[in-house]
Design a protein around this ligand. Structure first.
Ligand SMILES: [Fe+2]
Length: 440
């Protein structure tokens, strides 16, 4: 057995990366492994097999076309049959456990496991929408793990995985190379790309948006101009790194909402070189260029969109990934926290660290809230009272990192999520203290 990691330390601190979201990247772990001037030469260099991995239909417009060419030790086609394995607490849309619930829901952190549990075993589905077989909608998951995946890799044919670590750094060994994702980072693993999650600490916890729909892309900037929000060059793709391991490896494939597995006689993380744009990315949320009002009011939270998965209707996202990063508030005569609102879009929020400026308490790191289509929400009474009387000096909001998965359809929770022990009963009480102030 030989493990070649292109010189990277196991902690992943010295990983080389290739910057630039959507770039046509190219990389080789062994010089000469990447063919020049063609994708499928009669004999690929170094005795490798050439394989195309497409993330969009061949014929989609060039601006949205995703594919990569992989040069690997064994072709992916050489594998034994897949057999159904238990799904654990992982579920996919459509969800029929419970009736769609208009109530505002909130959870504390998903408890860490007692038994040895890896990333895949630790996936627990909160809910979602759309239909996994129609490639529309999302699945929202938590994960809590205390073990690295061992001789095991995972991929989802159902969608891309946007992983938001909240506790514990992850080393993602993907077919296309290695990413280290710390809390405060997000990792995006495209549909079909195999990866193994190794823990860099004793435990790990976080969130996943499994996007069944069109791949996440950077939002258009319109009048903002050519720069701002998440800048393309801050997204990091891995460099090629491969495993030459002739040993049994369980390959778990999420397909049609269920888990299937086959035991290969080698590691399928055996891609020695690749080029293309269907690639994993790492992004540090602290790099987000936060824009906002410098006069009065504050913009709608769409101004905080990091990535968006468009639908066929312009401006209507299947999923938006939104971050509430540290920023200055300077609005004059303005209620500065998020305003009260009822939205057609549905909002799942999580907290990576610190606190969120619309909730004085109860919304804690690792926790989550779900405000579904047209469900009224906004600041709690403590926040409202404080913000309504605060002296409006320039104020830095820098005590937390919250995010939102926002989606076009209502999120139907799983029965597990509704009945979970870490669900906070009585969330409505947050808004109970809002007094009548009307004095005609
Ligand atoms: Fe909201």
């Amino acid at each position: 057995m030989e493990l070649r990691d292109a010189g990277h330390g196991d902690e992943g601190r010295d990983l080389g990366y290739q910057p630039g979201f959507g770039n046509e990247h190219s990389t080789e772990a062994v010089p000469g492994a990447l063919p020049v001037g063609r994708n499928a030469p009669q004999r690929a260099p170094l005795g490798l097999y050439a394989e195309q991995l497409s993330g969009t239909a061949f014929t989609e417009p060039r601006a949205h076309n995703h594919r990569s060419w992989l040069y690997r030790i064994r072709p992916s086609a050489a594998h034994p049959p897949f057999h159904r394995v238990p799904n654990g607490a992982l579920r996919s849309a459509p969800f029929h456990d419970v009736e769609p619930d208009p109530n505002r829901l909130r959870w504390g952190p998903l408890p860490l496991p007692d038994e040895p549990t890896d990333f895949v075993q630790g996936l627990v589905t909160v809910g979602g929408n759309g239909d996994v077989l129609r490639r529309e909608g999302i699945g929202i998951h938590w994960y809590a793990a205390n073990a690295s995946m061992d001789r095991r890799v995972f991929s989802s044919a159902d969608g891309e995985f946007l992983i938001v670590p909240q506790e514990g750094a992850l080393l993602l060994r993907t077919e296309l190379g290695v990413l280290r994702a710390d809390p405060g980072h997000v990792a995006l693993v495209p549909r079909g790309v195999r990866f193994r999650v190794e823990l860099l600490g004793p435990t790990a916890r976080g969130y996943v948006c499994e996007n069944y729909g069109r791949p996440f892309q950077l939002p258009d900037l319109g009048p903002i101009g050519a720069n701002g929000l998440a800048n393309a060059r801050d997204f990091l793709a891995p460099v090629a790194a491969y495993e030459d391991r002739e040993e049994d490896t369980e390959v778990v494939n999420k397909f049609g909402g269920n888990l299937w597995a086959a035991v290969y006689d080698h590691s399928p993380l055996d891609v020695v070189a690749w080029h293309g744009n269907h690639v994993p990315y790492l992004y540090d949320l602290h790099r987000f260029n936060v824009l906002g009002s410098i006069s009065y009011d504050h913009p709608d939270p769409s101004i905080f969109t990091v990535l968006t998965s468009p639908s066929d209707t312009p401006g209507l996202a299947g999923a938006d990934f939104v971050v509430f990063a540290p920023r200055w508030l300077v609005g004059e005569d303005t209620f500065r926290p998020p305003y009260f609102h009822r939205n057609v879009m549905s909002e799942f929020m999580g907290l990576v660290e610190g606190a969120y400026d619309a909730k004085a308490e109860g919304f804690v790191p690792g926790g989550a809230s779900l405000h579904n289509m047209m469900s009224a929400h906004g600041p709690d009474h403590t926040t409202f009272d404080r913000a309504s009387t605060a002296e409006l000096r320039p104020q830095k909001v820098d005590d937390g990192l919250a995010f939102m998965f926002e989606t076009r359809w209502p999120v139907v929770p799983t029965g597990f999520a509704l009945g979970a022990g870490h669900r906070q009963e009585g969330y409505d009480a947050v808004w109970e203290g809002l007094r009548r102030n009307f004095r005609p």
